[in-house]
Write a protein that binds this ligand. Structure first.
Ligand code: SF4
Length: 644
């Protein structure tokens, strides 16, 4: 018997699709089960399911009205139960209103009185997890999943957080999670499971079942190695993937993805330490054979053909109905079509009830395929080829760079090459890695700079400076992404409040305020960098201690002279006064200045930290008006100051 399988990703923001769930989706589909993927508000998910049941019931009671067309109204009524919501459903349009009304009330109560908890409909539920600091939303999701699954032994929790903190999750939810990767035939789902789930290809179609869009979509995802040969103390990899696997074939999986879901532009490999693999030459050759060599271009396949073909094959109706509807909506607005053609497309959509997702059906989409096909042919014929890239998105290990390995890397179109630069002590190794890469023709680099660990604030500045200077010297592009360290265990692993031994709250907030203005990354441009982080180490340290509002609206507060006044007062402090005042600033809590010091001079300086923040956001304040005038006179060109 087919099982109903629900896969859930908690509703946190993330860039990459849930690869583990995509493999599990493939597994269950191979076994012939129904699989549904969800990421979003779980209550809305439940209401959506109840709405579907309600629509089915109403269609059964009165076939003269297509209740599916009113599904959104029914959804709202079930959710809020207001009289006006009920009126919007238009029950009185039906000759059977007297029968319809009690059923609507029944489904409303089914949700409101949480009847659905008594009748769970899912045979198997899988919840993936990610960062430890997503703890609250993850636990909430697991708790909700417990209500949806028929038998709690068929609720599987896996992923990063689950592998790092299985005991904590069990304590919080009563569910023992699965730790690690599914790299052996896992028997807990099915005793007769012949598959190694980790080796299965990904089900890309599930991503079209949800509204959420992953920033890094449009790529093949995978691993050509697993684990890492090192044991860096800040890193979760040694726990998550304790055994280094130096070769995992990727070409079969890529071919299968191309065949079912269509070609993808880029290849995103999540390997943690690819350079440690003895099979690197073979991996590079395999990547090239999959069409990723320098200069290789990607031609976007006709997504409409793929969507309709997959609908015909019944690969994932839920996903491909949404996808086809989206594609039809999209072409309707394209400027490549004349006004006349756009009207034709619209009329066709209207005539076939394809304007709204609620009214799109698989049958109509398939039967109207030929009517729309010519527009999609025109659309895709005009698309130009785009260069394809490979991204080892977890970074490569600078310590393992040598001529041979770099010459291998240069045989595939890597962009950007992410070289880890987590510690200033690695400076020489890092410089050598960049230089070797540049000598082999690479020009686009990126790196995550870990801070708030054992490092000192100046270490961060120095690493950033090295990158900005290298961009100039070598005429290359290096994007730096400072990444705040969060512990993966114990205190503060469930929140984002950890402060490293050389850091304090004020410094952390200051770095975040600066990054806010640079949108989290620092690229080429010495002058931009120097304005953001300071011309030298002294200026950087001054920025760290500067009132946050002055940092956020840097140009404005300099323009009105407040920054200069604050600077002057700070410079007049004696060493002893500084030693007393600074710890108060480091705490970064200025709500009750009078409670933290009796010293009038300190209190006065601390008002720079307390005041202005509220005023600058208050539309009636003089400061706000002054800021608006400043913005207008500067045409809003100051990046720092436009970031309110
Ligand atoms: S080298 Fe990278 S992946 Fe390996 S343990 Fe260190 S930080 Fe983690």
């Amino acid at each position: 018997m087919k099982r109903n399988v629900l896969l859930i990703e908690p509703n946190y923001k993330n860039k990459f699709p849930p690869i583990g769930l995509m493999k599990i989706a493939t597994y269950f589909k191979l076994r012939g089960d129904n699989v549904v993927f969800f990421k979003g508000d779980l209550k809305d998910f439940v209401i959506g399911q109840i709405t579907d049941d309600c629509v089915e019931k109403l269609n059964h009671l009165d076939k003269t009205i297509d209740w599916k067309l009113r599904a959104d109204k029914i959804f709202t009524y079930i959710k809020y139960g207001r009289k006006s919501d009920l009126a919007n459903v238009g029950v009185n349009d039906s000759d059977y209103a007297i029968l319809i009304l009690p059923w609507l009330e029944y489904f409303r109560n089914y949700y409101r009185k949480k009847e659905y908890e008594k009748h769970p409909k899912w045979d198997w539920v899988g919840v993936t997890t990610l960062f430890t600091f997503h703890w609250d939303i993850t636990i909430e999701t697991i708790e909700f999943a417990k209500l949806l699954v028929k038998d709690k032994k068929n609720l599987m929790v896996g992923g990063v957080l689950a592998s790092l903190q299985p005991d904590e999750i069990e304590k919080a939810t009563g569910i023992r999670p699965f730790s690690g990767t599914l790299h052996t035939p896992y028997k807990d789902i099915d005793e007769d499971n012949p598959y190694v789930i980790d080796n299965l290809s990904l089900d890309y179609s599930i991503l079209d079942e949800i509204d959420y869009e992953y920033a890094d979509s449009g790529a093949f995802y995978g691993y050509s190695t697993r684990g890492c040969i090192r044991r860096c103390p800040f890193c979760a990899v040694p726990t998550l993937e304790p055994v280094y696997q130096s070769y995992l074939p990727i070409s079969e999986r890529i071919k299968r993805t191309q065949h079912i879901y269509g070609d993808q532009q880029n290849l995103l490999l999540m390997d943690n330490n690819i350079l440690a693999s003895k099979e690197l030459p073979q991996i590079i050759e395999e990547i090239r054979s999959c069409g990723f060599f320098p200069g290789a271009k990607f031609i976007q396949p006709n997504l409409y053909i793929i969507a309709i073909r997959n609908l015909r094959k019944g690969i994932n109706d839920r996903a491909y109905i949404r996808k086809s509807w989206k594609l039809l909506k999209e072409i309707n607005d394209l400027k490549i079509f004349s006004e006349k053609e756009r009207t034709e497309i619209y009329n066709l959509r209207e005539k076939n009830s394809l304007l709204h997702l609620e009214t799109c059906t698989k049958e109509t989409l398939i039967s109207t395929y030929k009517d729309f096909a010519k527009y999609f042919e025109k659309r895709y014929a005009r698309l130009k080829g785009k260069l394809r890239y490979v991204d080892f998105n977890q970074g490569v290990d600078a310590r393992l760079f040598n001529e041979e390995r770099v010459s291998l890397l240069a045989q595939i179109p890597i962009r950007p090459l992410r070289i880890a630069f987590d510690d200033i002590k690695m400076k020489d190794i890092y410089l050598r890695a960049i230089t070797l890469s540049v000598n082999h023709g690479m020009k686009d680099f990126s790196n995550y700079l870990l801070y708030n660990f054992k490092d000192k604030p100046l270490d961060l500045y120095r690493r950033l400076r090295i990158n900005v200077d290298l961009c100039e010297e070598l005429n290359v592009s290096i994007y730096s992404f400072p990444m705040k360290y969060h512990p993966i265990r114990d205190e503060h692993s469930h929140d984002r409040d950890y402060i490293g031994e050389h850091w304090n709250r004020k410094y952390i907030r200051a770095v975040q305020a600066i990054l806010n203005a640079t949108k989290g990354k620092i690229g080429r441009g010495v002058s931009f960098f120097e304005k953001a982080f300071g011309k030298n180490e002294e200026e950087f340290m001054e920025l760290l201690i500067m009132p946050e509002t002055f940092l956020l609206f840097r140009f404005f507060f300099e323009h009105i002279g407040y920054t200069q006044k604050w600077r002057k007062e700070m410079s007049e402090l004696s060493d002893e006064e500084r030693n007393e005042l600074y710890p108060l600033i480091f705490n970064n809590d200025f709500n009750h200045i009078e409670d933290i010091t009796d010293n009038e001079k300190y209190r006065h300086i601390l008002t720079y930290y307390k005041n202005y923040r509220g005023d600058i956001a208050d539309h009636n304040s003089a400061l706000y008006k002054l800021k608006k005038e400043f913005d207008q006179s500067n045409n809003n060109t100051n990046e720092n100051d436009s970031n309110e």
